[in-house]
Design a protein around this ligand. Structure first.
Ligand code: 5GP
Ligand code: ZN
Length: 115
């Protein structure tokens, strides 16, 4: 399967991996949109929330629940924002579900409808 995140997970494409367990891995985003920008990527490939099985949902939630313990190490102890882009309106570009983890600065929350 020609999926960039599966290839990163297998080590076929280099990445800055900052965390890994049996469910997920966390890498630094290659094109950061905030001072700190990571991606939490489930090891099991699926494209969208609508494709998730109960096992996928449990695995991702186990991964997310590791974040509080990792926050200090990742430079996120002052807070962070989680984003999952789904589909075209959200500008999703990689169709292997992933959670953006943004922080390391105050995060403005823009009023997009007035842009
Ligand atoms: P999406 O737009 O699908 O929500 O997010 C995809 C994210 O993956 C983008 O923020 C993009 O910068 C990141 N990305 C794409 N290719 C690579 C890569 O090869 N390595 C890393 N570390 N991040 C990538
Ligand atoms: Zn994949």
């Amino acid at each position: 399967m020609n999926c960039i995140f599966c290839k990163i997970g297998r080590g076929e494409i280099p990445s800055e991996k900052v965390y890994e367990d049996e469910d997920v891995f966390i890498i630094k985003d290659i094109d950061p949109k905030a001072e700190k920008h990571y991606l939490m990527i489930p090891k099991h490939h699926y494209k969208l929330i609508s494709d998730m099985t109960d096992d996928d949902a449990a695995a991702l939630m186990r991964g997310l629940r590791k974040l509080p313990a990792l926050a200090d190490k990742l430079g996120l102890k002052n807070g962070y924002r989680l984003v999952i882009n789904q589909g075209d309106d959200a500008g999703q570009t990689v169709f292997h579900l992933h959670v953006h983890i943004l922080g390391g600065q105050y995060l403005d929350f823009p009023d997009l409808k007035n842009k």
